[in-house]
Structure formats: structure tokens, C-alpha cells
Write a protein that binds this ligand. Structure first.
Ligand code: MF3
Ligand code: CO
Length: 248
């Protein structure tokens, strides 16, 4: 069942989206060599609670933390730890909140200090993939139009898109229907309608698309240990076009 949101609900979701955007912009300033991902997690949880919201990931299927903090060849769902970030790393931070009953979800990959030009290109292309997908978030299109646009941009740049994890509808629940794969064929899948709100969140690998899950049951890494990046926005489909809710 796909829940369509009213204009009022979309305005509430914009508050949740603004909060996750604010968190990512603040984390960008704190991320530096020597900081631990646990410190980033604790800062984020305090910040969310000070804003009268709750962390949406914490406790979700037993996930223990507020953010996912995936470094280098870690793809997604990496539990924050006492490991220090090092110059040259890239770190993907994913954060979800619930505010006034509605969820916001966003992610971005950041450089730690000075990073390789290959890493910069991967981050730029991945963000570009997200925006190509968002451009297709139009009433009348289908989910596959988003999927295809993301995949085409990644592969045209020699990268690959992770297949096991998808974007999703979002609203009162963090994960709602429909699923939003980041690969696929145009003109396929559920029809997009005004009032749908989607979290689009491509994970792009510099090598092959295959991934594996570590024995902690959460951490997803690239099978070939190549670098991975992720960008995510919460986006509403409106009569005026795609409306990015997770921005400042
Ligand atoms: N943005 C991710 C997702 O939509 C984050 C989920 S992390 C989890 O799946 F811990 F909550 F599972
Ligand atoms: Co998400």
C-alpha cells in the first residue's frame, strides 16, 4: 500500500527533512582526521533530541546507533565505532529522524582531509546519480525511470550501482512502499503520483556492484574492496515537480 501525502503532511515532512539536512551540514564541519564515528554518532543523537525529534534508525530491527557511518569500502549500515577517521578516507553518513510523527532520511559521503582524485570523482558522480534520479521523480513517470537514470549515469562513468539495497517510500514509517531500486528499466514499475514521498539513495561502487555483509550482521562492504559512496534525499512528487525535502 502506497500512502499519498497531503500538502500539510508534506510540510511536516519538510521539517524532518530540514533537520537531517542540517545534521549532515554540521557533520561536514566536524569530520576531520582523528575523530571517531562514535563521536559523530553521539553528537548527532544529542542534536536530534535537542530539536525535539528522535533517531529513526536506533532500535530499527535492532540497529544500535543513530547514524550509519561507512568508511571507504564499507557501503552502508556500518555501526559507529571507536576507530579514528584518517586523512584520505571517505565516509558515508546516513541519518534518519522522526519529528512530529514523520520521518526524514538523508545521506552524503564526505572526504576526510585531502583525498585521492579517484575518491573525489566517485563522490561527485554518485551525487550526480542521485540528482539524475530526482529529475525523474515526476507524476506520470514510473519508478523504473528513476532507477534507470541513476544506473545509466553511474555506468557511463565506469562505476556500478549496488543492487541489494534500494530506496523506499517514506512517511510516518521510515520504510514504506514502493521500493526504489537504483538500477532497472525505464517505463517499468509502479506509477509515480502526486503526494508520493520517496527516499532515493544510490550506493555507487568504483569497482563491481557485488557486496557482502560482515559477521556483525550489519556492515555491508564491496566484495572487491573497492571504494563506495552514497547520497540520499527525501523527495516529494508534486504538481510542480520533484520537491527535495531534505535540504536546508
Ligand atoms: N537509509 C537507510 C535505509 O533506508 C538506513 C537504514 S539504517 C537502519 O535503509 F539501521 F535503520 F536499518
Ligand atoms: Co533510506
Amino acid at each position: 500500500m502506497i500512502y499519498l501525502k497531503s500538502k500539510e503532511e508534506i510540510e511536516l515532512m519538510r521539517q524532518s527533512g530540514r533537520l537531517v539536512a542540517l545534521i549532515l551540514s554540521q557533520l561536514n564541519k566536524i569530520i576531520t582526521p582523528g575523530v571517531t564515528t562514535l563521536e559523530l554518532d553521539q553528537w548527532t543523537e544529542d542534536f536530534i533530541r535537542r530539536h525535539g525529534a528522535t533517531p529513526a534508525f536506533k532500535g530499527y530491527r535492532g540497529y544500535p546507533s543513530t547514524i550509519c557511518a561507512s568508511v571507504n569500502h564499507q557501503v552502508v549500515h556500518t555501526i559507529p565505532s571507536r576507530e579514528k577517521l584518517k586523512e584520505g578516507d571517505i565516509i558515508s553518513i546516513d541519518v534518519g529522524v522522526k519529528l512530529n510523527g514523520y520521518c526524514g532520511d538523508a545521506a552524503a559521503t564526505f572526504p576526510v582531509g585531502i583525498v585521492s582524485s579517484a575518491a573525489i570523482r566517485l563522490m561527485e558522480v554518485t551525487q550526480h546519480c542521485l540528482y539524475k534520479g530526482i529529475e525523474q521523480a515526476l507524476a506520470g513517470n514510473r519508478i523504473g525511470d528513476i532507477s534507470y537514470a541513476v544506473q545509466a549515469m553511474a555506468e557511463a562513468n565506469g562505476f556500478s550501482v549496488v543492487r541489494e539495497y534500494t530506496g523506499h517510500g517514506i512517511g510516518r514509517n521510515m520504510h514504506e512502499e514502493p521500493q526504489v531500486p537504483h538500477f532497472g528499466l525505464p517505463h517499468t514499475g509502479p506509477r509515480l503520483r502526486e503526494g508520493m514521498v520517496l527516499a532515493i539513495e544510490p550506493m555507487v561502487n568504483s569497482g563491481a556492484y557485488q557486496v557482502e555483509v560482515l559477521s556483525d550482521g550489519w556492515t555491508v562492504i564491496t566484495k572487491d574492496r573497492s571504494l563506495s559512496a552514497q547520497f540520499e534525499h527525501t523527495v516529494a512528487i508534486t504538481a510542480e515537480g520533484p520537491d527535495i525535502l531534505s535540504k536546508l
